[in-house]
Design a protein around this ligand. Structure first.
Ligand code: FES
Ligand SMILES: [Fe+2]
Length: 421
């Protein structure tokens, strides 16, 4: 009851989602509600690739919102995920980022957990020499690590805390499923990781990944070296889950066509290492770049030939970490692997493009975090309100769609008072 009131008291975006009050990016109350209603609510969060836990006993660790988890594969090949917090006194049970184990033993009092998170051993259950120990009715049953429901799609593993979350494929929606099948449709291998921490609210990062407006403005690298520009043939699909999931795609023109929408490098400017920017066609539909956002916790980015998934890990209202997992296809030859590695330079904490995004987001957070300042951001590029699909890049419609879905799941009412701010 307490939290229903808390959401209803929050001043939300305007009803056309063209005004977003700044306090939604700064308030601790909003942040705490997001953990409850979104990250521990009826959503599927990205946990990792099946190939990262290929063998029995393999495990990786990560975060769903602020909650730490472990993803494992048991001896029978089944996948499991559980909260990485000892059921005895709360110690982090698994302290490595990834590895292989027969079971997990907490360092503090050595409670021991199976690969599925069940408690299987407790030291001194019966005390010593008839003294101490646990009460007779104490049982290891019911003291396992808190489990998540786990499902996979196209080799990508998701988890949820809620029994109300719909089946994964329904949650993702047809547009996302079609793209994921394309970009993870062949066996993949992980080629590396990056962690990037930004002193900004996690939703600023999400907005940025749906913001085509800024791409050629903040990142002149993209149009100047022919990676992307606003004239590309493009689609934005915001699926039926209230706009929370989206696919933004840019396409190469068909061979031999006279379509003008081809990013062209600026004459006279050349990169010393052109391989950073020049991609080769990989997909039959001419896909040149794609950003697949899966609410709330991940996005797949595919510009040119470099592929990664980023796990979004909110830490505080003004702090977010993203974990990049870089991947390639198992059957890539050395030339393709090298091409992908070169293009990885666009992203990551020192990436030519991603570090500019981080700088912009941190500059926003610095300016809006003063509680004495009210105000809101203005999202009117490409119109007002929300649409399911937009067939160009000249719109902030994908961001407005995100806010619509966000307010629905959070229970935050829209408020046209915010438009006057
Ligand atoms: S806190 Fe883990 S065994 Fe005591
Ligand atoms: Fe950007």
């Amino acid at each position: 009851m307490e939290t229903v009131d808390a959401a209803a008291r929050i001043t939300g975006p305007s009803s056309d989602f063209s005004r977003i009050p700044y306090h939604l990016y700064t308030d601790q109350t909003v942040f705490d509600l997001e953990q409850e209603r979104i990250f521990r609510g009826p959503t599927w969060s990205y946990l990792g690739f099946e190939t990262e836990v290929k063998e029995p006993g393999d495990y990786i660790t990560g975060y769903v919102g602020t909650t730490p988890y472990v993803l494992t594969r048991d001896k029978d090949g089944a996948l499991h995920a559980f909260v990485n917090r000892c059921a005895h006194r709360g110690v982090a049970v698994v302290r490595d980022l990834r590895g292989n184990a027969r079971n997990f033993t907490c360092i503090y009092h050595q409670w021991c957990y199976a690969l599925n998170g069940d408690l299987i051993g407790v030291p001194m259950m019966k005390g010593m020499r008839g003294v101490g120990g646990y009460p007779d009715d104490f049982s290891v049953d019911g003291h396992g690590l808190k489990k998540l429901r786990v499902e996979s799609f196209s080799g990508i593993v998701f988890g949820t805390f809620s029994d109300e979350t719909p089946p994964l494929e329904d949650y993702l929606g047809p547009a996302i499923c079609a793209r994921l099948k394309l970009v993870c449709g062949r066996p993949i291998k992980v080629t590396g990781y990056h962690r990037h921490t930004m002193r900004a609210n996690w939703k600023l990062f999400v907005e940025n990944t749906r913001d085509m407006y800024h791409a050629p403005m903040l990142h002149p690298f993209l149009p100047v070296f022919g990676i992307a520009d606003m004239n590309m043939r493009a689609t934005m699909e915001m699926n039926e889950r209230g706009g929370l999931n989206s696919v933004l795609a840019g396409y190469r023109p068909p061979p031999g066509g006279d379509e003008p929408a081809r990013p062209r490098p600026t004459k006279g400017l050349v990169l010393e290492e052109p391989g950073v920017a020049v991609g080769v066609p990989e997909f039959q539909d001419g896909l040149a770049l794609a950003i697949i956002s899966i609410f709330p916790s991940c996005l797949f980015t595919l510009p040119g030939n470099t592929f990664s998934v980023r796990q979004i890990r909110p830490k505080k209202p003004d702090l977010v970490e993203t974990l990049y997992t870089w991947y390639a296809f198992e059957d890539d030859d050395q030339e393709m692997l090298q091409r992908r590695r070169m293009q990885n330079n666009l992203f990551g904490p020192a990436g030519y493009v991603a570090m500019e995004d981080a700088e912009a987001l941190e500059l926003i957070q610095q300016r809006i975090s003063d509680a004495a300042l009210d105000g809101c951001s203005v999202l009117e590029f490409g119109g007002r309100g929300t649409e399911d699909r937009i067939d160009h890049m000249l719109s902030e419609g994908a961001i407005r769609a995100f806010w619509k879905g966000y307010c629905d799941i959070m229970g935050i009412p829209v408020s046209d008072e915010s438009a006057a701010a």
